[in-house]
Design a protein around this ligand. Structure first.
Ligand SMILES: [Zn+2]
Length: 395
């Protein structure tokens, strides 16, 4: 856990290298992907600061102001993406690929940060595997069917004795203050001379910074990995043969790795050209951020003046960052989300009401702002099926 003294430091939390701050967003909601059952609880949700810095040594971008005490992944944390057909199809293909690539049939697989266990079940049922999942926010039964066990806890050294044929973690590493706190115990659990493959999936920071996906900056993400910094972090944790690829329309990075020979590796330095590219990438982001904030500020003013009923589609991280970046209370009527557990809940920081797509029938919006362009066609189909024909824009 990071303490106050470390938060004030200007050192990379992963490698201790020199960092330079390039971006700040202060007083943002810290607990973004939690369910808020009342408007008041959403408005009063804790706030924290985002102070992003780029490490000149390993290329990691991290939030120097991150305070883990503001975030406890307890029951009520809600971040499943599998309600969408687009995402479900991606997860299904990924499960098939992992089963084929690592011959996951009748094996034991471990997932760190398994959420509600949906992907773990997929992997276990498809390949007749046994699964152990770790997630402190898990609230379902602890032993779901004898083959799958979910432990309501953070993965740590105390579970290093748990032997697995395959260990993976999806969209968790970016939430951990020091990535080595997660990868170190994984590496030590594998031991010497064992070839247990490891798979890591995180958001692709290069896309976020290169293409200025400003709505992807959230407090819950303390680290932002590029392919370079992810490979470096894995190598520093004692993994070798690291292969990093882009996935899900370039929005994610996937990394495959195995234990490196000779145990823990020394520091791995990024090449000078990689460092230059990272610096240019964050500089582009900073310039693009101002431009996007100005453009959407004007667009929202126009929507307010026109009196059109406007809704946001997507109550996930991106939508919440967008809503909190402007004075959106008088413009955005409500937020639509296909996750039934979010229906009737409220948005962190702004208190907007979340409705199901069916709930839109009564609202009859004139304009729908779709948060993630990947889901635009899916949203269009859903609206048509509801007999609604609003103007659709993507953020
Ligand atoms: Zn570093």
């Amino acid at each position: 856990m990071t303490n106050g003294q470390e938060r004030e430091s200007r050192r990379c939390p992963s490698c201790g290298g020199q960092v330079s701050v390039f971006f700040q967003m202060l007083g943002v909601p810290a607990r973004v992907n939690f369910l808020y059952p009342t408007e008041r609880s959403a408005l009063e949700s804790p706030r924290g600061d985002i102070v992003l810095a780029l490490c000149g040594e390993c290329g990691l971008v991290s939030n120097l102001a991150f305070d883990p005490s503001l975030l406890k992944y307890v029951e009520g944390y809600e971040n499943p993406l599998h309600c969408s057909d687009v995402f479900r199809s991606y997860a299904s293909d990924l499960a098939a690929e992992l089963i084929r690539r690592f011959d996951l049939n009748g094996k034991t697989v471990v997932e760190i940060g398994c959420g509600d266990g949906d992907f773990l079940r997929l992997l276990c049922f498809r390949g007749s595997n046994r699964g152990v999942g770790f997630d402190p926010s898990y609230s379902g039964p602890t032993d779901t069917n004898g083959r799958i066990r979910i432990i309501q806890d953070y993965y740590s050294e105390r579970y290093a004795g748990l032997k697995a044929d395959f260990i993976y973690s999806r969209h968790t590493l970016e939430h951990v203050p020091d990535p080595m706190d997660l990868l170190g115990p994984v590496r030590r659990s594998i031991g010497a001379g064992d070839a247990t493959p490891v798979f890591i999936e995180v958001p692709n920071a290069a896309r976020i910074f290169d293409e200025c996906f400003v709505w992807d900056i959230i407090y819950e993400h303390t680290s932002y990995f590029t392919s370079g910094s992810l490979a470096t972090t894995l190598a520093r944790s004692g993994f070798g043969g690291v292969v990093v690829d882009e996935a899900f329309h370039g929005q994610f990075l996937t990394a495959f790795a195995r234990a490196a020979d000779g145990g823990r590796q020394g520091p791995v330095r990024v090449q000078a050209e990689t460092r230059d590219r990272d610096e240019q990438s964050v500089a582009r982001f900073v310039a693009g951020y101002s431009e996007i904030i100005e453009r959407w500020g004007l667009r929202l003013d126009k929507l307010r003046e026109s009196g059109k009923t406007t809704v946001i589609w997507g109550a996930g991280s991106k939508g919440i960052t967008f809503l909190n970046s402007f004075d959106t209370r008088g413009v955005v009527e409500c937020v639509v989300d296909i996750n039934p557990r979010k229906d009737g809940m409220f948005i962190a920081g702004t208190g907007h009401r979340i409705v199901s797509p069916r709930g839109l029938a009564a609202i009859r919006p004139d304009a729908v702002l779709v948060v993630n362009p990947v889901y635009r066609d899916e949203v269009d189909d859903t609206l048509r099926a509801l007999g609604l024909h609003p103007a659709i824009e993507t953020l």
